[in-house]
Design a protein. Structure first.
Length: 129
C-alpha cells in the first residue's frame, strides 16, 4: 500500500512541475527566437565568428523591460514563455568573455495565448564588429 501511495505522489508531483494536470493550464504563449549565423545553423558558423552565446532582451511594445535570456550560439533556437502582448526583441551574439560581437538584430511580434510565435533572425557577416 505504501509503495502505491509513493508512486501516486511522485506522478502528481511530476505533473505539477511539468505544468500538466488541471491547475497547470497557463494562458501564456511562447516566443521562439530562431537564429542563424551568416545564413547557417552549422556549429562551425558560430566558431568562424568566435560567437559563444546569444543574449536576447525582450521588451513590451511600449519599451518596458520584460526579460533577458541567453543560450549557447550553437542552440540556434530558444523558447520564452510570455503573456499575450506585443513585444520587441533585441538579440546580439557574444564572445566567450561576454563582449558583444554584433549589431543588435531587432524584431517586433505578437505573442498569443496558447500559441507559439517565431522570430527568425540572422546575423549576417556584415553584422559583426
Amino acid at each position: 500500500m505504501r509503495g502505491t501511495f509513493g508512486i501516486a505522489v511522485s506522478v502528481a508531483l511530476a505533473l505539477a512541475l511539468s505544468g500538466c494536470g488541471s491547475g497547470g493550464d497557463s494562458p501564456n504563449g511562447t516566443l521562439v527566437v530562431d537564429w542563424t549565423v551568416a545564413g547557417s545553423k552549422r556549429t562551425a558558423a558560430c566558431r568562424d565568428f568566435d560567437a559563444d552565446s546569444i543574449d536576447i532582451v525582450v521588451r513590451t511594445s511600449d519599451g518596458y523591460f520584460v526579460d533577458e535570456v541567453s543560450d549557447y550560439c550553437e542552440s540556434f533556437a530558444l523558447g520564452i514563455t510570455l503573456p499575450s502582448d506585443s513585444y520587441t526583441i533585441d538579440a546580439v551574439l557574444l564572445d566567450v568573455a561576454g563582449n558583444e560581437l554584433t549589431t543588435p538584430a531587432t524584431d517586433r511580434l505578437g505573442v498569443y495565448r496558447y500559441e507559439t510565435s517565431v522570430s527568425a533572425i540572422d546575423f549576417p557577416a556584415d553584422a559583426f564588429y
